[in-house]
Design a protein around this ligand. Structure first.
Ligand code: IMP
Ligand code: MG
Length: 176
């Protein structure tokens, strides 16, 4: 039997918060041109909604990463599976990530992007689990702080499943 994940953040709650983040980004980057770096795969849905809430000229690029570990925890060993299509030197970069858990993936990614000489780098993350922090990462635009539970949906997966749920939910039995 496959029970549906229990709703943690419903569609309306997500949409309202994403609109607020988009408005804040629009205000902060006025007169500048952004490069939005979407970290695949988990943030594709959040990013699709977020960029529609940003009223600025912007470019979108994608960075594929795989973080090794067991199914629900990150090891901090991160592999870039698909790199950006253009240089970000002298650009204002906004990294869009689904969730900051231990912070290990983001720390690696931000350090990697820093070596490419961008004008600035900021981070937008839909979710943050502060209870699991191993390395602190500054989240400039944070959607929601959540408890230490493993979540799926709205792009997030467990073993590649549940990405298509329109809400963020908890797996039955909470596998975090
Ligand atoms: P970190 O390196 O521990 O911060 O983990 C980062 C990555 O682990 C995220 O980008 C997600 O892909 C994945 N992850 C961490 N927690 C969850 C969760 O609760 N649900 C789904 N994926 C998660
Ligand atoms: Mg991810």
């Amino acid at each position: 039997m496959t029970a549906l994940p229990q709703v943690l953040l419903d569609e309306a709650t997500l949409a309202a918060r994403v609109r607020e983040l988009g408005a804040a980004i629009t205000r902060d980057y006025r007169e500048r041109e952004l490069v939005v770096v979407v970290v695949l795969k988990g943030s594709f849905m959040f990013a699709a909604d977020l960029i529609r809430a940003i009223d600025l000229p912007l470019q979108v690029d994608f960075l594929g990463v795989r973080s090794y570990g067991d199914s629900t925890t990150s090891s901090g060993v991160v592999q870039i599976t698909s790199d950006l299509s253009s240089p970000v030197e002298d650009k204002d970069v906004l990294v869009v990530e689904d969730i900051v858990d231990t912070g290990l993936t983001l720390r690696f990614l931000l350090e990697n992007l820093e070596t490419r000489g961008p004008c600035s780098i900021k981070l937008a993350a839909l979710l943050h689990k502060p209870a699991r922090t191993v390395v602190p990462v500054q989240i400039d635009y944070r959607g929601f702080e959540i408890e230490d539970v493993f979540v799926v949906g709205y792009g997030l997966d467990h073993a590649q499943r549940h990405r298509n749920l329109p809400y963020v939910g908890m797996l039955p039995g909470n596998e975090s």
